[in-house]
Design a protein around this ligand. Structure first.
Ligand SMILES: Cc1cc2nc3c(=O)[nH]c(=O)nc-3n(C[C@H](O)[C@H](O)[C@H](O)COP(=O)(O)O)c2cc1C
Ligand SMILES: [Fe+2]
Ligand SMILES: [Fe+2]
Length: 401
């Protein structure tokens, strides 16, 4: 099975709805696609990327159908070497022995790490780099741009001039499969911040290069092809996300609580914020999808952390969350803190230390310390903290969507 995107471009990828966790950690209730595209000029036919090895047979059938009986692919372009896209390289190389494999120098150098027999392809390799071009005949012409660390070092993207199409590798990807209609941005944000989020600077560099191109269509390696207005909208989101600017308004409240008292304090703070007209989203870090919590932390301008002290440290679900944020390069946000402790509270100090390792995090005062349960003597500090978080939300840049 394949889908015609244009008369020249066919989508030959597969949907994975059996997967339990994408990349062994991300819940994908609507599955994930491994996209692959066939681009046919008058002279040459090029395949963009393969699929996860589990789906090799289905993908080879899709590709053969799309090619029809008369043609063979002339070239496999590997934009990205991660196994969800490179897993079926060997079987394609075997099936079409005269086909070339084109990729960046870095990808070609890494190829033997992924395929023990890669040296057998030595005579069939084509090196691509920034500005490389390829004419396929009939006016179909590709220009390649390097996109290092978006989000692996070997990544390329390709622009096809006659149909103004960007083959974006993992960029602009999202979770989900056809047949499960869902708005693009929430899942694209969860995908972006968890998979690409650390590399905002590199995404900015790619956006800058791509800004000189007239892009009418984006063919990503995951999720739907973006067309028309969706392209500019997705680029606007990526610009905001990769420059670490919030795109939603309000306070995100990730909390963790053993017996519910810290959770109750977090709910009280949510009410105080709502009374001030602030939008609030809460998540229980022990039970929520961690990748969703990471995504929302990046999307809102301000965050309230609420957690109890635990074994002279902070309750582990909060520590885990902050570790995720830290390695994803979380920065440029306002944070409030509520800690709990029955005899020697140190949760706030522990959270503060983890936040100190992140860039441009402003911890607003006062830090609220509750002793087992929220008490009357916390009232004044709770009001002051609500005021400080409200000011941060009001001061955030206006949204662009
Ligand atoms: C296993 C465990 C370890 C704890 N360690 C500390 C600690 O080191 N210092 C402290 O002040 N409180 C400690 N506490 C007490 C909690 O911080 C306290 O019970 C808090 O009120 C729990 O809030 P919660 O109702 O939101 O779970 C610990 C509690 C548990 C269950
Ligand atoms: Fe990837
Ligand atoms: Fe991918």
């Amino acid at each position: 099975m394949y889908t015609c995107i244009t008369p020249r471009i066919k989508a030959v990828g597969v949907s994975d709805t059996d997967i339990d966790l994408f990349e062994s950690q991300y819940e994908v209730p609507n599955g994930i696609t491994y996209n692959s595209y066939l681009l046919q000029g008058d002279d040459l036919a090029v395949v963009f990327d393969t699929v996860d090895a589990v789906f090799a047979d289905q993908w080879l059938d899709n590709l053969a159908d799309a090619l029809g009986s008369s043609r063979q692919p002339d070239m496999l372009v590997v934009l990205h070497l991660e196994p969800d896209h490179s897993g079926s390289i060997a079987c394609l190389m075997e099936r079409y022995p005269s086909m070339k494999l084109a990729a960046s120098a870095k990808a070609l150098a890494m190829l033997p790490q992924f395929f023990a027999d890669a040296s057998q392809w030595d005579g069939r390799l084509v090196k691509l780099g920034e500005g490389s071009s390829l004419k396929l005949g009939g006016g179909v012409e590709l220009t390649f741009l390097s996109a290092p660390m978006v989000h692996w070092p070997e990544v390329l993207v390709a622009y096809e001039h006659s149909e103004a199409t960007l083959f974006g590798a993992d960029a602009f990807g999202t979770f989900g499969t056809p047949g499960h209609s869902q708005p693009w941005d929430p899942e694209a944000a969860r995908y972006y911040f968890n998979i690409v989020g650390k590399f905002g600077q590199q995404v900015q560099a790619l956006l800058k290069k791509a800004s000189s191109l007239d892009i009418k269509r984006i063919c990503s390696l995951h999720g739907p092809v973006l067309e028309g207005d969706e392209v500019a909208r997705a680029v606007r989101f990526y610009d905001r996300w990769s420059s670490y600017q919030p795109d939603l308004s309000g306070v995100f409240i990730p909390y963790a609580s053993v017996y519910g008292n810290t959770a109750a304090a977090a709910v009280t703070m949510a009410q105080l914020l709502e009374q001030r007209g602030v939008n609030v989203v809460m998540m229980d870090l022990a039970r929520c999808d961690m990748s969703e919590a990471v995504s929302l932390a990046f999307r809102y301008p301000a965050m309230l952390l609420a957690a109890p002290t635990y074994d002279c440290s902070v309750f582990p679900p909060m520590a885990t969350f902050l570790h995720h944020l830290s390695i994803k390069g979380f920065r440029n946000r306002t944070v409030g803190i509520i800690e709990n402790g029955s005899w020697a509270p140190v949760a706030a100090r522990t959270m503060q230390k983890m936040l100190d390792e992140m860039k441009d995090i402003k911890v607003v005062q006062p830090v609220v310390t509750i002793r087992t349960r929220l008490a009357e003597d916390n009232d004044a500090d709770m009001q002051l903290l609500a005021d400080a978080l409200t000011s941060a939300v009001v001061a955030a840049l206006p949204l662009t969507d």
